[in-house]
Structure formats: structure tokens, C-alpha cells
Design a protein around this ligand. Structure first.
Ligand code: COA
Length: 163
């Protein structure tokens, strides 16, 4: 069975993430979406439970998907699942630089392979932090986050005053 892990912070998941999930799921028998922590980023705005609910809601039509979370290093999580394939996406040159270095370290530590899916051109400008910023000013998130979670994401952002 071909299985892969798609890790991310998903704060919140966007239409760009969903595009990668749908395309990756077509290539493997099982895709684990793993919510992790990026020590280089400030604390998550959405709770872990909210992110799990969002990801489950937008992937409910895809039976081969499992949503979970991990703490610590991705290599240790992957080893515990007996999975050696990681899926990531690349939007820009900056992503390329960061992602390749991280992938090389993951290969060095535990022999993990990383497959990159080029980001869909339509979603190149989207990022979770831009979604948070736009929503916090009360602007619509239509087209930026999947419709199943748009109201919940918008409600929390627009009522938070977090800018
Ligand atoms: N379309 C649009 N936007 C996309 C996208 C796509 N296809 N794919 C990613 N993005 C955006 C996200 O919205 C996000 O935006 P943001 O920076 O504004 O939040 C950004 O690209 C990347 O986010 P995401 O893919 O959700 O996760 P991440 O890069 O924050 O996640 C981990 C990184 C969790 C996978 C990584 O830090 C990790 O493995 N952590 C565990 C510790 C570890 O092992 N570190 C590595 C040591 S070598």
C-alpha cells in the first residue's frame, strides 16, 4: 500500500491546501494529513481541535484520508507511522529554498523522501496568514478557504480583533 503524510500548520487550511490534498490523494492509497508545529512561526491562531474539524470537513468526500496531529519532529512522527513519503507544495523561490533544505534534513535523519506538488497557479497568492489578516478586517473569505469552513473561519477571525 502506498501511503504518504501531508504535514502542515493549516492555520487555517485554505483552498490551496485542499488542492494539494486532492491531487496527492489521487496518487496514494492512504494520505495522512498531519497538523504539526512550526517552531519558526508564532503560536497558532486556531486551536488544534478547530484545525482538525476544518480538515475533516473539507476532506469528508475522500475516504483514503486520515486527519491527525503530531508534536516534535516530523521524522519521528513518520517513523511511528511506518511511512517514508512526505508531500509538500511549493509556491515561490523562497518556499523552494526552505522546503528543499528541510527535505534534505529529513532524508538525512530518517531517509524520508519528499514529493513536491507545484502549487496551482490560481492559489499562488494565498497563504494562511493572508487569510487571517483579510478575515480579521471583516473582508469575505470566499474563494480563499473551502466553502465548508468559510463561516466558522470568518466568524472567529472577524470577532477576534486579532490583527
Ligand atoms: N497553496 C496556497 N498556500 C499554500 C499551499 C498551497 N498549495 N501550501 C502551503 N501554503 C501556505 C500556507 O497557507 C502557509 O502560509 P503561512 O506561512 O502564511 O502560514 C505556508 O504556505 C506553509 O504552511 P503549511 O504548509 O500549512 O505548513 P508549514 O510550512 O507551516 O508547516 C511543518 C511546517 C509543520 C510541516 C514543519 O515545520 C515541521 O515539520 N515541523 C515539525 C518539526 C520538524 O520536524 N522540523 C523540521 C526539522 S528539519
Amino acid at each position: 500500500m502506498k501511503a504518504a503524510i501531508y504535514p502542515g500548520t493549516f492555520d487555517p487550511p485554505t483552498v490551496g491546501h485542499l488542492d494539494i490534498i486532492q491531487r496527492a490523494a489521487r496518487q496514494v492509497d492512504k494520505l495522512i494529513i498531519a497538523i504539526g508545529e512550526n517552531p519558526a512561526k508564532k503560536a497558532s491562531f486556531f486551536t488544534l481541535e478547530e484545525k482538525k474539524q476544518f480538515l475533516k470537513a473539507i476532506t469528508q468526500a475522500i475516504p483514503s484520508i486520515e486527519v491527525t496531529s503530531f508534536t516534535g519532529l516530523l521524522v519521528d512522527f513518520a517513523k511511528s507511522c511506518h511511512i517514508s513519503l512526505i508531500i509538500r507544495s511549493i509556491r515561490t523561490f523562497l518556499d523552494f529554498e526552505n522546503e528543499t533544505l528541510e527535505a534534505q534534513m529529513n532524508r538525512h535523519l530518517e531517509g524520508l523522501e519528499t514529493f513536491y506538488l507545484g502549487v496551482n497557479e490560481k492559489y499562488r497568492l494565498i497563504s494562511s496568514s493572508r487569510v487571517r489578516e483579510i478575515g480579521s478586517y471583516g473582508r469575505t473569505l470566499t474563494g480563499l478557504v473551502p466553502p465548508e469552513i468559510e463561516a466558522a473561519v470568518f466568524y472567529k477571525l472577524s470577532s477576534s480583533g486579532n490583527r
